[in-house]
Design a protein around this ligand. Structure first.
Ligand SMILES: [Zn+2]
Length: 93
């Protein structure tokens, strides 16, 4: 974790955020300025400078969280019939 990194501070709950899922590798929070309902940030708990640096376990955790969040958000937001529904998940590194 880098204390100067906003993503790290949010992932480690040093900043106020609406946490909706976490495991040992990632923390998932609702964006404070969402593009649409359910806009969620998936934040690795370890600090990375580039996508290529992310280890296999964290990559797996990111995709596991993406699938879980997709199911949960689709269930909660009931997007059936809404042509404009789009899930936005951001990776903040
Ligand atoms: Zn960071």
């Amino acid at each position: 974790m880098h204390i100067d990194c906003l993503g790290c501070r949010i992932a480690h709950q040093l900043e106020a955020a609406h946490l909706i899922y976490e495991d040992e590798h990632v923390a998932c929070v609702l964006d404070i300025q969402p593009f649409n309902s359910g806009h969620t940030l998936i934040l690795p708990k370890q600090h990375y400078l580039d996508l290529e640096e992310i280890d296999e376990e964290t990559l797996s955790a990111i995709f596991k969280a993406s699938v879980l969040l997709s199911k949960a958000l689709k269930s909660a937001l009931n997007p059936m019939g809404l042509a404009s529904f789009k899930m936005a998940v951001c990776l903040m590194i």
